[in-house]
Design a protein around this ligand. Sequence first.
Ligand code: ASP
Ligand code: MG
Length: 604
Amino acid sequence: MALIVQKYGGTSVGSVERIQAVAQRVYKTVKAGNSLVVVVSAMGKTTDGLVKLAKEISRNPNRREMDMLLSTGEQVTIALLTMALQELGQPAISMTGAQVGIVTEAEHSRARILHIETTRLTRNINEGKVVVVAGFQGTSSAKEMEITTLGRGGSDTSAVAIAAVLRASFCEIYTDVPGILTTDPRLVPEAQLMDAITCDEMLELASLGAKVLHPRAVEIARNYGVPLVVRSSWTDAPGTWVTSAKPQGRSLINLEIARPVDNVEFDTDQAKVALLRVPDKPGVAAKLFGEISRQKIDVDLIIQSINEGNSNDIAFTVRTPILKRAEAVAAAIAPALRSQSNPKLDEAEVMVEHNIAKVSIAGAGMIGRPGVAAKMFATLAAVGVNIQMISTSEVKVSCVVDAAECDRAVAALRTAFEIKAGEEGKRGQGRIIEETPPVRGVALDLNQARLAIRQLPDRPGMAAKLFGLLAQHNISVDMIIQSQRCRVIDGVPRRDIAFTVSQLDGESAKEMLTQVAAEFGWGEVVLDSAIAKVSIVGAGMLGQPGVAAKMFEALAQQQINIQMIATSEIKISCVVAQEQGVKALQAIHTAFGLAGSEKFVVPA
Ligand code: ASP
Ligand code: MG
């Protein structure tokens, strides 16, 4: 007999008929010999309706009262579903978050779960009842008993957290789509349903998967090793399993980690190869990395910052033992990359650096939290470590620093982010799934804008200042890329830095950064809102040469120019012109063999 947690989303409980259908499914699962806790969302668009009501009364409603209001939606569903189960002769009891004892931070509208009492849940389960729990809600400390909510879409998080504390066999998330698809089916009808995906991949695909599964739920599943499956509540199809490595015996207190970073990683065995002044036109990255992949050279980070004039710099890191080969390829290809139109001005040049180290912070908690990257940069600045390269992904920020400074950097970061040595590291890299394809999914983000700051003084602390400022203004930054090219102006070595923000923040960020330009000593701030970010994600690309080359080649074939490149171990992102975004997505999706023969029909 298994203990299962099932979660039903809004559309799955959107009407009396749907609630009765859910009751039938629950009843069948119990009859098959299982114990069940069921977590539900508010019916249909109830939460949206409640938000609208509040906005009609107040332009800026009090957050405590918002939680009081929004938490009522789920309370309706738990009572109705429990009645439906009782009608079927199935003993059941409904419980609010407070009744269960879901204790959260006292942060209204975005509370994180601290711990969950299991006594009442377990007692009722042992009495043979199905416990129906209101998702998305909890209370602050037992003394205050303030009703809190976890943030929109938070019922997934409630369900996975309950599965974690009960050590349930697995958690099923029922929704109105059949599972997780290789890309957005509205843009690419050939998108296919995945059988499985690792939690790490899912987190990196946040911009694709967040609507299907709350990233915080994925984080809990990963940290506690909760097997998770996303399925349609309309069919019996198996859905998509979201897998994770074996749990590490983490404490169930402070369940949703209060800290945004849960790992500091480093690699001192790295070397950097940079190609300076290659032409800014389609096909250049494809040519370079195509050759590198033919030589079976495995590259780690790849970075291309924004162009300067009509040329780009592309840099990549490799493990030291293969540096010689990588350098030879780059040197051989450099002449061929020189711009035909202006061969003299655009001398491509190869630059190699041996003694570098890569230092990274990782953690799902940094999604949507401005200030985490800034804190990393400030920490490095405080111990006088200069950052040579920055590359970011959804759940990771990596900095390339001087190898001699690595220990100091790591020690400072561990202190700053409260990571005990030995606590981090060895996370299963998707070994749970037998065959891990190099690319699991492809995501397109059309809602970002790019800002570039020209001629930022190249000294410790500048990135910290810049991103600290953005964080103070509550502006979340996504991709951050620092240019390779360094030029001396007024006796100060300077580099450009480019990053992406939400389009909504573009104008105000530009204005704010322009205002302080003189004070901080940087140059022009350039905004481009017409960009698209296309990313491939897959744990199987680790240690497999040629994945980046294939992506760049797919773009080159469509004559799409790559404006920026950033990578993490399991993700490669390119910025391209906005109007080419969908074409880029389709080309890449097809290039990796993800397109199916059947078209996916998007539910109305
Ligand atoms: N009802 C809440 C919302 O619509 C929570 C949830 O459904 O996950 O955001
Ligand atoms: Mg949802």
